[in-house]
Design a binder for this molecule. Structure first.
Ligand SMILES: NC(=O)c1ccc[n+]([C@@H]2O[C@H](COP(=O)([O-])OP(=O)(O)OC[C@H]3O[C@@H](n4cnc5c(N)ncnc54)[C@H](OP(=O)(O)O)[C@@H]3O)[C@@H](O)[C@H]2O)c1
Length: 325
């Protein structure tokens, strides 16, 4: 049944919703059917920009529409649990933005309801589905250059401090760690697994949201040195130093990018990928297939993977003293 058109709805007409909509519109077997916003003007504007069938002035109205097969949650972090539960309670498959929720307890609640209602739920950690990341993951799993000895991964950009932006607003989950630090951490967990111990330190904005966070994950024979910052532009690379060579995911490693392989003799090879979309199309196609196959959990972005990610974020937050109400 690969031909079944999946009708999507989006909750929250913000920045990421626009990028997701653009990629969704590039796929032939899926349709952006609905957009829900707290403002009907905003929903109508989004609908006309992205050729959406229906605009709703409330998230509930979209969730109740029987024509919708899948819902993408694009609201700030602190609403991910409530909006996921809203969909799952109405048996609508949910693709929820990262971080999946604010902490492990919330994520467990979402997973429980997904299981109870036999309804698909997946974290939209798009990096997991992008070909260059899967290529690197495969090289590391196969020990192409032997074991990873050290990973260095960072994600940083500068943006003017603005209390109205969700990025700085602690009451909706703002801060560098949950917003962008999640990506270097995801690279570490995907390749090295859960660390034995963690060191972390952070600085904070006046709002109490973390402006930057430095993390070292310790493993038996390796370490991962990770950083997120909203104070400066950084390389935003992931470099895996292995026993017999280096694998480097180039700038903006978490989105479509290239990979540089350097063997122990210094010979290098640049691997490029033929990307035609912003990069969200890969997670969308995966999710569409899960729906067609009647699955309630992804075999790639599994519940365990999401639990490990959020529980490690919880541990880091405890180390840096970052609490959300
Ligand atoms: N995967 C990625 O590459 C990626 C990139 C950026 C962000 N994200 C994730 O996507 C989520 C949204 O990020 P964004 O950058 O799109 O944020 P944004 O531009 O601020 O949009 C969030 C939307 O959520 C809705 N919303 C509902 N209650 C809200 C409230 N109390 N305050 C603010 N907005 C509220 C609003 O939509 P309405 O007004 O239409 O209701 C708003 O436009 C975050 O969790 C973030 O981590 C992921």
């Amino acid at each position: 049944m690969d031909s079944k058109i999946i009708n999507w709805g989006i909750i929250g007409a913000g920045k990421i919703a626009s990028k997701f909509a653009a990629d969704l519109n590039s796929l032939s077997n899926a349709k952006l059917y609905g957009i829900a916003s707290r403002s009907i003007e905003k929903a109508n504007h989004f609908a006309s920009e992205f050729d959406v069938n229906k605009a709703y002035d409330s998230y509930d109205a979209l969730v109740l529409d029987p024509n919708i097969d899948a819902i993408y949650i694009a609201t700030p972090h602190s609403f991910h649990k409530a909006h996921s539960l809203l969909c799952l309670n109405n048996k609508k498959p949910v693709l929820c933005e990262k971080p999946f929720a604010m902490n492990l307890e919330e994520v467990n609640e979402m997973i429980s309801l997904s299981k109870q209602n036999n309804t698909l739920l997946m974290e939209a950690l798009w990096t997991a589905f992008i070909p260059h990341f899967q290529y690197v993951q495969n090289l590391i799993d196969k020990k192409h250059y032997g074991e990873v000895v050290q990973l260095e991964a960072d994600f940083g950009f500068f943006t003017e401090y603005d209390e109205n932006s969700r990025v700085f607003n602690k009451s909706v989950g703002g801060g560098s760690l949950l917003d962008i630090g999640i990506y270097p951490l995801f690279a570490a967990l995907s390749t090295l697994g859960l660390p034995n111990s963690i060191e972390a330190k952070a600085d904070f904005f006046p709002s109490g949201a973390d402006s930057e966070c430095e993390i070292i994950c310790h493993y038996d024979n390796a370490k991962a040195v990770l950083k997120s910052t909203l104070l400066e532009e950084t390389k935003t690379e992931a470099i895996f130093h292995c026993e017999h060579g280096t694998i480097k995911i180039n700038n903006r490693f978490h989105e479509p990018s290239s990979v540089l392989l350097i063997d122990k003799f210094g010979n290098s090879e640049l691997k490029t990928f033929d990307y035609k979309t912003i990069g969200y199309s890969y997670e969308i196609e995966h999710f569409n297939q899960l729906i067609r196959d009647g699955k309630t959990e992804s075999d790639l972005m599994t519940f365990d993977r999401s639990r490990q990610l959020i529980s490690t974020l919880d541990n880091i937050r405890a180390l840096i003293g970052l609490e959300y109400s």
